[in-house]
Design a protein. Structure first.
Length: 78
């Protein structure tokens, strides 16, 4: 019976590098998927909804139409 004194893996350093790269890509893809799904959630706060908030304030009577138009023009100019 012949003994083999092999302490490494048959993959070598190239296999280790590919395994590490694959692991990073897997977890990065999983995190990206979660971020995309959370941003598309209907109850998540929408970025850039200043006009919608302004319209709600007008509907509740917190501001008048003159102030609404002034603030809307300011927002549109940005």
């Amino acid at each position: 019976m012949k003994m083999h004194w092999y302490y490494g893996t048959p993959m070598g350093w190239g296999g280790f590098a590919m395994m590490a790269l694959t692991t990073v890509l897997f977890w990065g893809g999983l995190v990206a998927l979660v971020v995309v799904l959370l941003r598309r959630h209907p109850h998540a706060p929408q970025i850039g909804s200043a006009t919608r908030i302004l319209e709600e304030r007008l509907a509740r009577g917190e501001i008048d139409t003159d102030e609404f138009e002034r603030v809307r023009r300011t927002l549109d100019s940005r």
